[in-house]
Design a protein around this ligand. Structure first.
Ligand code: AMO
Length: 442
């Protein structure tokens, strides 16, 4: 790998990578070669522009000079040569004097995207866009983040599950449901593993987690919505309230951000110009009604008749929390039953509120979590109240007829976490292949 060259001694080397830049000067040619680990400067000191009968290596030198002169940006080449340490070389303090060069695949001469191309145009050419070092870093960070979360789950003895993405019913709002032909009938793409996470509780699995796709037929074009996204889900039994779910959630976030900072902090600083902040536990918790009062007192009235918080309200309460507690995260708790799904447990003594929360990171929602209603009669009543079809829900309701422990969990949008962590303008920048209402390609 190119990043390892600086640590090697001078001598013969063989490297492969993509041509990033060619400087073809009269007596010397330079090539910047990049692989996924870094870049190195290649030098051709033996430039020969026309045959020299006096020179026994004339053919070789001429061919090498021509090959380099014709290299297009993005071509993939393999080079052998002499590695030399040279302090004056800015790129890693080493260069390679080229001996042989093999053009493995020559790229078309015009690269279709540039750094300043629009996001939509870059997404058309996502494989080229992903060659940028900062894009490569995004997915290394994602790998590290998920690995750290998995470690927490494994340490807590959680089981990993893969739930089906073809379903016979909706689990969230019917408005965002993708319907597909399924032989003689219809199926729906899973909006969330919700029902199957809960099934694992009825099955006696205790703590479980899943990292998998979720689908939402959401026609919006905001910076934080996709029609397909990776959902990070967990569910656990024997909880007393949603507080236990929030504690697990905090532990995961702190572990994930600590690992990212330790492993990639320096690179993130270099390529994104930002410092990763690992939050202190516990994260602030504010009941939603109180959060609305706070933003109102600070001059913003949430324009929602339905008791929910709007994105501007989320930004404002996050700014308040940052100022008051120096914290990037806040749990907004106790959402109204009227705007939460039927499976959320309601507060004893105040049926109008649920034992639920949203987690806000740098001003945007990244997660929803809750204690679930496990008492079948209450659950059935709540489903009826929300106008759900009991015939479609029968299989789910059965989970609660044969003994099920109190349980709860959360779902978290992976791309949203990365977007907010790296201060990116859209989840499109941090999703491997974004899917939206007008994007099914590549
Ligand atoms: P919810 O619908 O709030 O809750 O989704 C959980 C989290 O998933 C992410 N998310 C999305 N990300 C990108 N594009 C979308 N269209 C999109 N929709 C949702 C968000 C959101 O916070 N079953 C519950 C979770 C639970 O209670 O366990 C659920 O799906 O980051």
């Amino acid at each position: 790998m190119i990043k390892d060259l600086a640590a090697r001694e001078d001598g013969p080397v063989r490297v492969s990578g993509w041509v990033e830049k060619v400087r073809d000067q009269r007596y010397v040619q330079f090539v910047v070669l990049r692989d996924e680990s870094g870049a190195v400067q290649l030098v051709n000191g033996g430039v020969l522009r026309e045959a020299d009968p006096e020179n026994p290596r004339s053919d070789i030198l001429l061919a090498r000079t021509t090959t380099i002169a014709e290299l297009s940006h993005g071509s993939f080449i393999t080079v052998t040569g002499e590695l030399q340490h040279n302090e004056r070389v800015k790129l890693g303090g080493v260069e390679i004097q080229i001996d042989t060069i093999d053009v493995v695949t020559q790229a078309l001469p015009e690269t279709p995207i540039a750094k300043d191309s629009s996001i939509d145009h870059r997404l058309d050419w996502r494989f080229l866009d992903l060659r940028r070092p900062e894009q490569n870093l995004v997915f290394r960070i994602q790998t590290t983040f998920l690995h750290a979360l998995r470690q927490v789950w494994i340490d807590r003895d959680f089981i990993e599950v893969q739930t089906p993405k073809l379903m016979a019913s909706a689990s969230e709002s019917r408005a965002e449901l993708f319907e597909v032909d399924y032989f003689e009938g219809k199926a729906y793409l899973a909006q969330s593993p919700q029902f199957f996470k809960q099934m694992a509780q009825a099955a006696g699995f205790g703590g479980i987690f899943e990292v998998g796709p979720a689908f939402r037929a959401d026609p919006s074009f905001t910076s934080r919505h996709a029609t397909e996204f990776t959902s990070v889900d967990a569910e656990l039994s024997w909880i007393d309230s949603h507080e236990d779910v929030m504690e697990l959630h905090e532990e995961l976030i702190v572990a994930g951000l600590t690992a990212v900072k330790e492993k990639h902090g320096e690179q993130i600083q270099k390529l994104f110009g930002i410092e990763i902040e690992v939050p202190e536990r516990p994260f602030p918790r504010i009941p939603l009604a109180e959060a609305k009062e706070i933003v109102k007192a600070e001059g913003y009235e949430v324009p929602r008749a339905d008791d929910d918080m709007d994105p501007e309200g989320e930004r404002r309460i996050a700014a308040h929390v940052k100022k008051k507690y120096g914290h990037d995260f806040v749990f907004l708790t106790d959402y109204a039953s009227s705007i939460r799904p039927f499976y959320h447990m309601r507060h004893e003594g105040d049926e109008s509120l649920t034992k639920s929360y949203d987690l806000i990171y740098n001003g945007t929602e990244i997660s929803t979590g809750a204690q679930r209603e496990h008492r079948i009669d209450v659950l059935e009543a709540q489903a009826r109240e929300k106008g759900m079809d009991p015939a479609e829900l029968g299989f789910y309701l059965d989970f609660f007829r044969y003994g099920v422990p109190p349980h709860g969990g959360f779902g978290m949008g992976l791309a949203r976490v990365l977007m907010l962590m790296l201060q990116q303008s859209s989840i499109r920048e941090v999703t491997y292949l974004f899917r939206g209402p007008t994007r099914l390609l590549p």
